[in-house]
Design a protein around this ligand. Structure first.
Ligand SMILES: *Cc1c(COP(=O)(O)O)cnc(C)c1O
Length: 384
């Protein structure tokens, strides 16, 4: 017979999902109510308010898309990009490339601006591309590139885009909650995030926000929005306004979880949360240095919430991750794409960003590397 699934208790210190607290887990198992229940609308309104605080915006259209971060990305893209629109996408990692693919799928004409993986997009690169693309309608980039651990200068990139009359479409999946995301002040027009990174909620929801300029662009399209589900003009009638019409059956319990994670987040306060992410990350990097492990990214571009660590020549990083997971119940992430095998990735996200978690990881690493590193180096088949 089939029996219930019993997940193990792993300390999640990879690139997401991050550790989910007891309070959020408990909220998920509360009784399911109807997605059109008036008390549920009250909770939805609170989610919107708490998301606006987090995004630093007054945008009316601010809500969680029912789907993972990638669904939020597609929501931004299908509403803003029309066939034939010229779009500049800054790429310095796997997630920038993903935006370029999404834009191309709806008929956008993509100009890719590439920088080295591990370095940020330089403002001059975007300026040069905009000079060569006078009809550019949208500039897109990833604020916190989780594949490399780099922070792109969102404020400056948005400023440049607006100077050239382009809208901005920003991936804030890993940035939201871990570092400031100032949607109104920086002039971000469409932004998407994810529940499972610095908000420490289970995966499956993608907070988005649209500026008035973005809403105008969606409303003044000459071609229809190429998605029924992600058409923001339709889904907004469920999330905003007086009528609250049925659009799709909202993931009721998942939204309890997001609500609770936002309550917990705001009861700490975002400034304290940013400080905690930065402080815990600094401690992690100090501890890694003692073990002879160093970050890939230069300090001024380094994200606190996602640390990419260079793999020393002697080390089999795949085996290292396997031992950490199997023996110590700690998950860290592999390198992605071009950085596969060259780095491993440590998430310092949400509830993961606590000193005691880093101490547990560092002591496991030191056992594996210092006492046991002969076995990693020589007896690799033992773990195969
Ligand atoms: C995780 C992540 C995504 C994708 O989110 P999913 O929830 O996996 O769809 C997109 N962009 C960045 C920067 C991410 O870290």
């Amino acid at each position: 017979m089939f029996t219930s699934f019993e997940p193990k208790n792993t300390l999640l210190l990879g690139p997401g999902p991050s550790p989910v607290s007891e309070s959020v887990l408990a909220s998920l198992s509360k009784p399911t109510i109807g997605h059109l229940d008036s008390s549920f609308f009250v909770m939805m309104d609170e989610i919107k308010m708490m998301l606006r605080l987090l995004f630093s915006t007054t945008n009316d259209i601010t809500f969680p898309v029912s789907g993972p971060g990638s669904a939020g990305m597609d929501t931004c893209v299908v509403n803003l990009v029309e066939p034939g629109d010229e779009v500049i996408v800054c790429i310095n990692g796997a997630f920038g490339q993903r935006i370029a693919e999404s834009v191309a799928k709806v008929g956008g004409i993509v100009t890719e601006v590439h920088s080295e993986w591990g370095a940020p997009t330089q403002p001059e690169q975007l300026e040069q591309a905009l000079l060569k693309t006078p009809n550019c309608k949208i500039v897109s980039f990833v604020h916190a590139e989780t594949s490399t651990g780099v922070r792109n200068d969102a404020k400056t990139l948005c400023e440049i885009a607006h100077r050239f009359g382009a809208l901005t479409l920003v991936d804030a999946v890993t940035s939201l909650g871990g570092i400031p995301v100032c949607v109104d002040e920086w002039g971000i027009d469409a932004v998407f995030s994810g529940s499972q990174k610095c908000l420490s909620c289970p995966p499956g929801l993608s907070p988005v926000s649209f500026s008035q300029r973005a809403v105008n662009k969606a409303n003044s399209r000459t071609s229809p929005i190429p998605s029924w589900f992600m058409d923001v003009t339709k889904v907004a009638s469920y999330w905003t306004g007086q009528a609250r019409a049925y659009h799709h059956t909202a993931p009721v319990n998942a939204l309890y979880g997001l609500h609770q994670s936002l309550v917990d987040y705001h009861s700490e306060g975002k400034e304290l949360a940013f400080t905690r992410h930065a402080a815990v990350s600094t401690e992690l990097i100090k501890g890694l240095a003692i073990l002879g492990l160093y970050p890939l990214v230069e300090k001024k571009y380094r994200l606190p919430q996602l640390v990419t660590v260079k793999v020393p020549e002697y080390l089999d990083e795949e085996k290292l991750r396997k031992v950490l997971l199997d023996t110590y119940d700690i998950e860290i992430g592999a390198g992605l794409g071009k950085l596969a095998g060259k780095v491993f990735r440590i998430g310092v996200m949400g509830n993961g960003a606590r000193i005691e978690n880093m101490q547990r990881l560092l002591s496991a690493l030191s056992e594996v590397l210092v006492q046991d590193f002969i076995s990693i180096k020589c007896k690799t088949e033992a773990f195969g």
